[in-house]
Design a protein around this ligand. Structure first.
Ligand SMILES: Cc1cc2nc3c(=O)[nH]c(=O)nc-3n(C[C@H](O)[C@H](O)[C@H](O)COP(=O)(O)OP(=O)(O)OC[C@H]3O[C@@H](n4cnc5c(N)ncnc54)[C@H](O)[C@@H]3O)c2cc1C
Ligand code: FES
Length: 297
């Protein structure tokens, strides 16, 4: 094996056949065809992909991510936002922020994208059985949590109350809007939505998502909470959950870090003694408390 940080250099300097023989299978990029592109908001889109070679199914756990490669541009980590019980398609929801994600947005149905993964830890859907489930999402943070919603609702009898608290910047920025509205009409889960800034004919809650935590109907002493969104939002979410009595080891956060290899080799994603691409991105809060509570990370 080449030195860890030189993995990519190594890949381009050996012949493809040698690389295939030496590199572990999960590091190899596979071509996927774009089957559908859905515009979610002005800057966020969902791509539905299917494999063009290899196994037809792509099993993954809620919370895991893939490294998506836009040929000739670059590679980025993006969480899987689809239904884990439908492994024949791969779903990713991405916000355009820079070079690679903007190039990804320009791709069309039929274009090819490179995929390697799935990588990383998962949300504690197994550990949450028998507990109330509290999902707190901010903006694009709902995408990595969507597989949890599919899983929990697909196995509804195994869980206590299910509560989704979702905050968006404006009503227009609300991800999966139709889907969230459908969830809101269900009798077996509670959905609370808020926006930072009301626009148009919005008559719902206004304020940050953390303001919903105090009045959401769940048992703080018997729940598992999962939160994903901007780090500042997660930090205040944790504070509010703890204030309500949720034990720190029952709160899970997603730590997104700059990633290159995705498999614990290059060190780009190091968080203290942990590599976010391997032991994360999903961590129990009590394990990350020291790092997470630092203002600047
Ligand atoms: C495990 C993991 C899972 C992720 N899942 C998703 C996902 O499901 N959907 C999604 O849209 N993104 C997700 N991201 C973030 C995504 O990887 C980055 O947005 C992407 O790498 C940016 O690449 P770029 O080349 O487009 O932008 P760059 O050219 O690298 O950056 C352009 C500008 O955007 C800023 N920027 C970079 N990343 C972010 C970010 N995360 N948020 C805000 N600003 C940023 C940079 O600081 C820079 O100013 C995930 C990241 C990780 C580590
Ligand atoms: S991205 Fe290389 S070690 Fe995590």
């Amino acid at each position: 094996m080449p030195p860890a940080c030189n993995l990519w250099m190594y890949m381009v300097t050996v012949k493809k056949s040698e690389a295939v023989a030496v590199l572990p299978e999960p590091v190899l990029t596979r071509p996927f065809g774009i089957r559908r592109v859905v515009a979610e908001t002005a800057d966020t889109f969902t791509m539905i992909l299917e494999p063009l070679s290899g196994p037809h199914e792509y099993p993954f756990l809620p919370g895991q991510f893939n490294m998506l490669y836009i040929y000739g541009v670059g590679e980025v980590p993006i969480s899987i936002s689809g239904d884990p019980t439908r492994p024949r398609v791969l779903t990713h929801t991405t916000r355009e922020v820079g070079t690679v994600t903007k190039a990804m947005r320009r791709l069309k149905v039929g274009d090819v994208i490179g995929v390697r993964g799935p990588y990383g830890s998962c949300w504690p859907v197994k550990e949450a059985e028998g507990y109330d489930v509290v999902i707190v999402a901010g903006g694009i943070g709902l995408a990595p949590l969507r597989p949890v919603i599919y899983h929990v609702l697909g196995n509804r009898e195994k869980y206590g109350k299910v509560v989704l608290l979702f905050g968006a910047r404006t009503p227009e920025d609300m991800l999966f809007r139709k889907e969230v509205e459908k969830l809101r009409s269900r009798f077996d889960m509670e959905v609370f939505i808020t926006v930072d800034r009301a626009t148009g004919d919005w008559h719902g809650n206004v304020g940050v998502v953390t303001t919903l935590i105090g009045r959401a109907p769940f048992d703080p002493f018997h729940c598992i909470a999962m939160t994903c969104g901007p780090e500042i939002m997660m930090r205040f979410t944790v504070l509010e959950l703890v204030k309500r009595g949720v034990p720190e080891d029952k709160i899970y956060i997603s730590m997104e870090r700059n990633m290159k290899c995705g498999v614990g080799l290059c060190g780009h994603c190091q968080l203290g003694g942990s590599f976010a691409c391997k032991e994360g991105p999903v961590y129990a809060y009590d394990k990350m408390k020291d790092i997470f509570s630092k203002r600047e990370m």
